[in-house]
Design a protein around this ligand. Structure first.
Ligand code: THG
Length: 371
């Protein structure tokens, strides 16, 4: 299976403020995310994985674009686009949320940051939330302004993240709670520092607020990180599957109902605020979902790569779903996968067959997070 292809660059494929720095640091392979180039491999997926698990890594995640919502109806609007109850969201806090359409389909799964009473950022996954939100706002006629600000996240992830952050910013960063953030600066570079990141290895994200300072910020962190053996890194497919983090466009999309994901704690269908998908999600809740996103343990030899396009899942030769993400987990010492499987076949413990690039394999349904 061919894994590589060449891309012809143009202005349409946007470059991150860290782009040149990531090339200098040895980025070997890129993906496109929110119409922007994002590095996904440095040394190799396996070596990058161990750098993240053992030390500390610096990631260009500028492609996690911000959709900024302001105006006197901003809070009402942010509540309107999600089934998550945001009534307790404080200024300086972020919450993970599903954005859902009128059918309960998943439009995106951002972190929502509250910067002020009526000032929010949606730190988005790979879909066109800017256009979705502008369209909704026009239709509603509410007082909201929506735009994409000059903001580019950089993630510091891995067990050595905290001493490095303290060296860079001071002891106060230790008091930042999970998903909370502070506005600050580093050597004059304006930033927001949040305790967050798309791994379960711990860390922070620096939201750069001046795209001209990208290379300087990258170099400052790399220099300070030398004593902790920092390595350039990226969101790592193996680690994020092990950690049960879902990827929009891979594991879910507009055809995924929010209730098909094992993310009930982020859906408060009876919340007080008005929201677009309320009727649809109440209907789904009473009728039950027709498919579910679950984990699989897949038997046989270690997978020699990931899932570049969905793998068929079947039972007695009858199709009952698809694998959307897969990896060999070095820590669980098993092949693991994220799959969408039809009603009747998706209970934990059920056995299915998976059509992998390395042949047909037996698999057992399990819950996510993997244990
Ligand atoms: N950081 C920032 N923006 C992002 C991501 C990020 N935008 C794109 C993408 N990642 C958005 N999706 C997610 C998915 C999961 C999490 C964060 C963003 C996540 N989830 C934890 C979990 O599911 O266990 C914790 C959720 C919680 O407890 O609230 O961290 O990574 N800036």
């Amino acid at each position: 299976m061919a894994g590589n292809l060449e891309l012809t660059l143009s202005d349409r494929l946007r470059k991150s403020p860290y782009y040149e720095a990531t090339l200098r640091s040895g980025a070997k392979s890129f993906t496109i995310y929110n119409h922007m180039l994002m590095p996904v491999v440095y040394e190799g997926s396996d070596d990058d994985y161990w750098n993240l698990i053992n030390n500390v890594t610096l990631w260009d995640v500028a492609a996690e674009r911000q959709v900024e919502i302001t105006g006197s109806d901003a809070f009402r609007f942010v509540e309107y686009i999600t089934p998550r109850d945001l009534s307790s969201l404080q200024i300086g806090q972020g919450k993970y949320a599903l954005i859902t359409d009128e059918n309960g389909g998943v439009v995106n799964d951002p972190i929502i940051l509250r910067l002020g009473e009526s000032h929010f950022w949606l730190s988005i996954a790979d879909s066109d939330v800017l256009l979705w939100a502008k369209g909704l706002a026009c239709g509603l006629g509410w007082d909201v302004q929506i735009n994409e600000p000059d903001v580019s996240p950089l993630a510091i992830q891995g067990p050595n993240n905290l001493p490095l952050m303290v060296d860079l910013f001071g002891d106060w960063v230790k008091d930042i709670k999970y998903f909370f953030f502070k506005e600050t600066e580093l050597d004059g570079i304006p930033l927001i520092v949040q305790r967050s990141g798309w791994s379960k290895q711990g860390g922070f994200e620096l939201y750069l607020r001046d795209g001209n300072q990208g290379e300087r910020l990258w170099d400052l962190v790399m220099k300070a990180g030398e004593k902790y053996d920092i390595k350039p890194g990226t969101p790592n497919n193996i680690e994020r599957i092990e950690s049960g983090l879902f990827s929009w466009g891979n594991d879910m999309d507009l055809n995924t109902n929010a209730l098909e994901l094992p993310l009930d704690m982020f859906c408060q269908l009876d919340k007080n605020a008005e929201y677009l998908s309320r009727d649809a999600l109440h209907k789904t809740r009473s009728e039950g979902v027709t498919k579910k996103i679950v984990g699989l343990f897949v038997e046989g030899e270690a997978f020699d790569g990931g899932c570049a396009s969905p793998w068929k899942v079947s039972i007695n030769n009858k199709r009952c779903g698809k694998v959307t993400s897969a990896a060999y987990s070095p820590r669980l010492k098993k092949n693991i996968a994220i799959a969408t499987i039809d009603r009747g076949f998706n209970a934990a413990g059920s056995e299915v067959e998976v059509d992998t690039p390395w042949g047909l394999r037996l698999a057992t349904v399990t819950t996510i997070p993997f244990k």
